[in-house]
Design a protein around this ligand. Structure first.
Ligand SMILES: C[S@@+](CC[C@H](N)C(=O)[O-])C[C@H]1O[C@@H](n2cnc3c(N)ncnc32)[C@H](O)[C@@H]1O
Ligand code: SF4
Length: 478
């Protein structure tokens, strides 16, 4: 049934709703084909009812409009009724209910803005959006913690992102902009020049704004030579003042790029948060996903960083990696607990079209993986809690194993504000470097405009002035 041919008829319903309804159907029936000539199921959506025709039997369900405090109550109501029909037909309950978007906590934020108590938000999410109790609780608790961390935001503050799109090797699951740092060694100097030019030229546009987060990500920033990193951070300090930011993160990421010299440069410039990412503590899996580093490298890099005095270290993990069992995840969690990072970001594997995984295996049956991933998520949540880490931001992606979520856990006061801002989209983020996407926030309209940089490194170098102009156009109005 996972390969069902479906005819989706919209009668008196705006065509723009089709994509979202198809996405919801695919959460239950991942291989649903919507253009097959002879359908197995015909679904007719009307404003007042939904008709479900399958095996010669027609079910009719009324759509009763209710106030749900959203911008589109009709759409939400149609999705809830369709959700119930899909559950009836497949016997499956999608944990995130009718929510197909990337940022579920945004809905909790808007309800809290309206004066709902956390208990009312949780209740509403279960009733109006069919969330499981567990997910409604996670989403509400996360939103409440995010809001307490963001309470002193002024509307005038801005964060700065720098992208370093080089990596030691390309991991099989990854779809981020990333170039092999050895083949691009010659270009890295030209990249640095372009980046410094972009940082300098945009400084006047940020005059008078309060600087919140400094975040260097990628790719793998620590593939830069220590002298290059020093030059870059010295320039950021001169132009913006690294001390003016509330927090300063560098995503070191790959343990095989972490050595005493690069850590010292980061420490000397006052970088206060870094990540060292195992993804898994199983050597067999690391080899399978093309990480080309060892479990021992993770431990070595972590101990080095502690020795250099880093007291805010994050670790990224991925659940649902190929051939991993629940016991493998338990063992990874035990190793991570023994190391004791200050924060932990637990991702669920997402199969992105531009990743090697997709190119080799194509579409995956996400629903079939749900029970296994559900168990892994439970283990990760319990381990995080036993380490004193609480969820502080979360998001979802398309094509995630089991249709679950990514959760950032942290010790109190070790949260990364930048991660929250990226998800809640209530602050301007100015991005530098290839693939960086600036997001300019207009607080009075609660609206965001994007100004993307090109992803290709050579093109970025050649067109950096155009990237500066794109930002100028937006920033002078935002
Ligand atoms: C931008 S990546 C950079 C991290 C760094 N270069 C590294 O590899 O350690 C940030 C994180 O996203 C997660 N990630 C990337 N692709 C993913 C995917 N397809 N599914 C789930 N998580 C993914 C990984 O945990 C990764 O550490
Ligand atoms: S996961 Fe990190 S190291 Fe691997 S390719 Fe992506 S950005 Fe590079």
């Amino acid at each position: 049934m996972r390969t069902a041919k479906i005819e989706l008829l919209l009668q008196g319903i705006e065509e723009r709703m089709r994509y979202e309804l198809q996405m919801l159907i695919r959460e239950f029936l991942p291989f649903a084909a919507f253009d097959a000539p002879v359908p197995d199921i015909r679904i007719t959506i009307r404003q007042d009812q939904i008709l479900w025709e399958e095996n010669g039997v027609t079910q009719v369900r009324p759509v009763v409009l209710m106030e749900d405090h959203s911008a589109d109550p009709l759409k939400n109501r149609i999705k809830s009724v369709l959700y119930d029909l899909l559950t009836g037909s497949t016997g499956y309950k999608v944990p995130w209910g009718t929510l197909t978007g990337v940022r579920p906590t945004k809905i909790a934020w808007s309800l809290l803005d309206l004066g709902f108590t956390p208990t009312e938000v949780k209740d509403h999410m279960q009733k109006a959006y069919r969330l499981s109790e567990d997910k409604a609780d996670l989403m509400t608790r996360t939103a409440v913690r995010e809001r307490s961390l963001m309470s002193d935001r002024s509307g005038n503050d801005v964060s700065v992102y720098i992208g370093i799109p080089f990596c030691p090797t390309r991991c099989a699951y990854c779809s981020f902009v990333s170039y092999d740092h050895r083949s691009y060694e010659k270009l890295s100097e030209a990249y640095m020049e372009a980046l410094l030019h972009e940082l300098e030229a945009c400084a006047p546009m940020l005059q008078g704004r309060k600087l919140q987060s400094f975040y260097m990500g990628g790719g793998t920033p620590t593939t830069l030579q220590p002298a290059q990193m020093d030059r870059l951070l010295t320039a950021v300090d001169r132009i913006y003042g690294l001390d003016s930011f509330t927090e300063r993160t560098v995503e070191a990421g790959r343990p095989d790029t972490i050595h005493p010299e690069i850590l010292r440069v980061l420490k000397d410039h006052g970088i206060d948060r870094i990540s060292i990412n195992p993804q898994t503590m199983h050597q067999k899996t690391l080899d399978l996903i093309g990480r080309y580093h060892t479990v021992e490298d993770v431990v070595r890099a972590y101990e080095l960083a502690r020795k250099e005095g880093f007291d805010n270290i994050n670790m990224d993990l991925i659940l649902g990696l190929p051939e991993e069992t629940v016991d493998d995840v338990s063992a990874t969690m035990e190793c991570v607990r023994a190391l004791g990072p200050d924060s932990l970001t637990v991702h669920t594997l997402a199969i992105k079209r531009s990743s090697k995984f997709y190119q080799e295996d194509g579409e995956q049956d996400l629903v079939a993986q749900a029970p296994l991933i559900g168990e892994m998520i439970d283990i990760s949540r319990k381990t995080a809690a036993s380490m004193g880490l609480e969820p502080y931001y979360m998001y979802r992606q398309k094509n995630m194993a089991g249709n679950f979520e990514n959760v950032g856990y942290s010790q109190p006061r070790k949260e990364c504000l930048y991660n929250i801002e990226i998800m809640e989209e209530r602050q301007s983020i100015v991005a530098f470097g290839a693939g960086g996407v600036s997001k300019i926030y207009y607080p009075t309209e609660n609206r965001l405009e994007r100004a993307p940089n090109v992803k290709n490194v050579s093109e970025y170098i050649a067109r950096v002035d155009e990237m500066i102009e794109r930002k100028r156009k937006e920033l002078l109005h935002g």
